[in-house]
Design a protein around this ligand. Sequence first.
Ligand code: DAK
Length: 260
Amino acid sequence: MKTYQNLKTELKEGILHVTISRPQALNALNMETMSELGAVLQEADHESVRAIILSGEGEKAFVAGADIKEIATLSKEEAAAFARRGQILFKQWEDFTKPIIAAVNGFALGGGCELAMCCHIRIATENAKFGQPEVNLGIIPGYGGTQRLTQLVGRGKALELMMTGDLISAQEAKNIGLVNHVVATHAELAELAQKIVSKILAKAPVAIAQLIKSVNAGFDFEKAGYEAEAIHFGECTTTQDFKEGTTAFIEKRQPQFKGK
Ligand code: DAK
């Protein structure tokens, strides 16, 4: 396996363990990490890899979203290109034809929740928290979250979560169908991920691949929702409110939104 700046990888008995590792920023997704998530998926497209378990470094965060400090400095053109690349990258993870388990070990917020939703199965420790707090920054989810959250939990709950920006516990995430299983400890999370993967790997790989393709075919990426999300996300990033939201986060204060 290659060496990555922000990912730790280990291939053990056909299972590729990928750990996002920027603990100083709660594993937030900067551009480099996004590009490494693309590269590692390409590497995983090899017969030696039969499944992926994705997690975050440490006991606090899976991924606390896109790197707000980095996105605050993007130009409009850079922002649009970055958003589109993110949508495509997350779709590649969703469409990967070997099982991917998200082992959510802490905060899964914004882009982190969106990344977990691209994985085929989500399990979590009870300290994990989920949410789409983009509204606090004056934007909307831009990596397919408006679509995938709605698919997983239904329209009413998805809209409530996205409009309030509320964070929910792992147990509540399980109650609404965002997470499949919740365990107490990080050791149990690793054990459960391994157990689920082992069970799947005992089945016929072609059938598993065809299952993933069949399920995903019913949630067509070309459908209007993803396109609308990209357009409306782009519109939000041009507002003064987006500048205010990201600046307020960096300055550790509440944002004052003006509606423009
Ligand atoms: N980005 C950058 N740094 C982050 C971060 C993030 N998303 N989340 C946390 N950190 C940093 C904090 O700034 C802090 O750094 P220092 O102050 O120590 O230098 C360090 O990680 C520890 O965080 P806290 O001190 O805040 O820890 P707490 O336990 O007090 O709070 C928290 C944990 C997860 C509740 C809090 O850190 C938090 O609210 N984090 C932000 C959550 C969030 O809003 N995530 C982003 C959602 S939006 C795009 C534009 C936007 C997006 C994508 C693309 N384009 C223009 C293309 C947005 C997508 C999103 O994901």
